[in-house]
Structures are given as C-alpha cells and as structure tokens.
Write a protein that binds this ligand. Structure first.
Ligand SMILES: Cc1ncc(COP(=O)(O)O)c(C=O)c1O
Length: 386
C-alpha cells in the first residue's frame, strides 16, 4: 500500500542542510581536523561546568521566567554598563534566549511584515535570510567588498526604499573577521534615524576583538540603542556553544515585541544553565578581559604557521575565523576545494561561497581557530605543506 504524502509547498525550497553540519560530518567521517564549524575543541571553564552540575543536581530543573532568570539578567545589565557604559533595566530590556539564533529569529519575526525589505550584507551569517523570508520579508543583499569587507554606506543609502524596515549588521563579523568602526556606527545611526529603520546588531563575538581595538557596540550609542535589538551569545563567550544560551538587549518597546514572539517559539531558555552563568559572571568578570588575548594568541599562532604557505590570509580583526585565499594552490571552486582538503589533506574548512546570495567566485575558505594549540599546529602543518 502506498501512503500518499501531504501536499507540500516548501517555504524554503532552496535551503538544504547547513554547510556547517555537512562539513563537520565530512570531517568526522574522514578523521579530518575540523576547522570548519565554529565551536571550540575545549570545554568551558571548570567552575562554570561545576555550577551547572550543582543547579541541575539541586532542583533547578523547571521552567525559568519568560524573560530569563533574574540573577542572570542582573549580571547582563551590569556587564552592559561595564563594557558599553549604558544603564539598562534588567526587567524591561534584557531577554535570555536559547541561543542568539532564537533571539534573531524572534526579532525578525516581531518587526518584519510581508513585503518589508531587510538590508543584509554578504557574506552573511546563514540564519538571517531565511528568517526574513519566513516572515514574508524581502532580503536585500548588499556586498562587503574584499579584502577589507567594510560596509559601503553610500550603497546602503541607495538601497533604502520606503519599504525598508530593518537593517541587520554583524560585528565582529562571521565569516570575514571585519569589525564595525566608530564611523560605521555614525553612518548606521544617521541612516536608521533618517529612514526610521530598526536595527538588529548581531554582536555574538563582542569580546573577540584584537590588536587593542574596542568593540563598537550599538549599545554605546544612545540613539542607535533606542532602535536596536543587540544580540549576544554565551556560547561564544564561555566556550559552551552546546549550551545554546544567548540574550537580546533592546529598549522596552522592542523587548515587548520580541517577547511576544519568543514566548511562542521557545517560551524560555534553559534553567540550570542560566543559574550557572549568573554565578560565573558574578565570580569571574575577568574572564571577559582575558578573551581578546586568548583568541588573538590563537589567531597569531595559526597565521604564523601559515606565513610561508601558499595560502594568502585576509586580515582578521575579530571573531575566531580566518579567511584564506587558496588561488595559488588550486583552481577548483571552493566547495570542491574544501571537499578535497577534508578528504585528502585532513583539514576541514568552510567554503566562502555559502555566505553569498550571488557568490563572487573567489578562491577563499574560512578556517576556525578556536581550537587547542596542538590542533592548530597539526592543521597548520598540513596546510603549510600544500
Ligand atoms: C554571527 C553569528 N550569529 C549568531 C550565531 C548563533 O549563536 P548561538 O549559537 O548562540 O545561537 C553564530 C554562531 O556561530 C554566529 O556566528
């Protein structure tokens, strides 16, 4: 008997399994060193993990409050004040979410109506465009020009129409490692105010900024902060991506709308994780100060090992990603190159083309350097031999 399938008209017909899953699986299958997906091969701090065990073992296993555990929201507010000089109300401006991804999805869903245009910048993180389309919005993809990957604000001004509702920025930027500078923030503010746009600022790599730079959060700017959802991730900051916990800071008027969606998407974030993070943030504020140096050392180690290689490295000012041009090694398109790199050389990477609506056809891949030094050394030795 054949059972008829339901009529199905996919809402995302062009979306397959994300490249991150594909490459991690390929790395696993071939025993390759996985420099593809952005997660560490080390655990979060032992004290933090101990706190999680403590809370899970002592009755903190039921639903948290919708906005998040108050102790954690208080720590987030204190962090925002310390890092960005902004006093926020932990009750009305902070929402803890199951990862930055959920916060982004809820923010987009809260403000984008069918036909609204949303400005994105390619190369773009993979969850933005589908979220816009699922709301009936129209993604407008602008391009960050290599090798600096700065935003061309004149192009943004030209792309804005009466239907433009939202602009989504990401700094430090995955996959390029570029960062927004103070003049970018000024340009963003000017256009957002002039055209009454809402901003989603994906700042999950806020503490991974190198060479003495300061992270230019939208939260530093009172005018931008008043019209922005600023999104963060504990996974990146505390080396616990699998805990999938993040948060959104937004003014009360936007937070109210975010929570209206969040309560029906996830409702709440994980309870014992939130308590553990609150304790750790209170006890170890220095963790945040140590992160830039920790990751800069990894970037420098990896780059130094590749200095004499045939890869041409692009500047990485932040994040834990390093772009590398492989044109001197191969003429293959990037998807074929990473397949070869993974299966034959034993190092997995992400092809840059996946981050573009219209790939420019460059020979560039993304390596992730949030790995143990020994892992980086081994991978770099294989890559330097090409
Ligand atoms: C730019 C960017 N935004 C958001 C996320 C998702 O963060 P989370 O795991 O907290 O959902 C990632 C994860 O790689 C990312 O690189």
């Amino acid at each position: 008997m054949t059972v008829p399938p339901p009529r199905l008209d996919s809402k995302l017909p062009d979306v397959g399994t994300t490249i991150f899953t594909v490459m991690s699986q390929m790395a696993h299958d071939h025993g390759a060193i996985n420099l593809s997906q952005g997660y560490p091969d080390y655990d979060g701090p032992a004290v933090l993990r101990e706190r999680l065990q403590h809370y899970a073992g002592n009755g903190y296993n039921q639903y948290a409050p919708l906005a998040g555990v108050p102790a954690l929201r208080a720590q987030i507010a204190a962090k925002v004040a310390r890092c960005y000089g902004r006093d926020i109300d932990a009750d009305t401006e902070v929402t803890v979410t199951p990862g930055a991804t959920e916060a982004i999805y809820c923010a987009v869903t809260a403000v984008v109506r069918p036909g609204d245009e949303v400005i994105l910048f390619d190369p773009v993180y993979d969850c933005y465009d589908p979220a816009v389309r699922l709301s009936g919005g129209v993604p407008v993809h602008l391009t960050l020009a290599a090798p600096g990957y700065r935003i061309d604000w004149d192009a943004v001004a030209r792309a804005i129409t009466p239907r433009t509702r939202l602009i989504m920025v990401n700094s430090p930027h995955n996959p390029t490692g570029s960062v927004l500078e103070a003049d970018d923030i000024a340009a963003l503010r000017e256009l957002a105010v002039r055209h009454d746009l809402i901003v989603i600022a994906d700042e999950v790599y806020e503490h991974l900024v190198f060479d003495g730079r300061r992270h230019e959060s939208v939260l530093r700017d009172p005018v931008l902060a008043a019209r922005s959802f600023a999104v963060f991730s504990f996974g990146k900051t505390y080396h616990v991506t699998g805990w999938k916990t993040g948060y959104c800071v937004a003014p009360p008027v936007l937070t109210t709308e975010l929570r209206r969606v969040h309560q029906f998407v996830a409702f709440v974030a994980n309870t014992p994780v939130q308590h553990a993070l609150a304790d750790f943030m209170a006890a170890h504020p220095e963790h945040l100060d140590e992160l830039p140096g920790f990751y800069q050392a990894k970037r420098d180690r990896f780059n130094a090992a590749l200095a004499g290689s045939r890869f041409r490295l692009r500047p990485s000012a932040g994040t834990f990603f390093q772009l590398a041009d492989y044109a001197a090694i191969s003429d293959e398109p990037d998807r074929e190159f990473v397949r070869w790199l993974t299966t034959e050389v034993g190092v997995a990477a992400i092809p840059m083309s996946v981050f573009y609506a219209a790939p420019p056809g460059e020979r560039v891949v993304r390596f992730c350097f949030c790995k143990e030094d020994a892992t980086l050394d081994l991978a770099a030795a294989k890559l330097a031999a090409l």
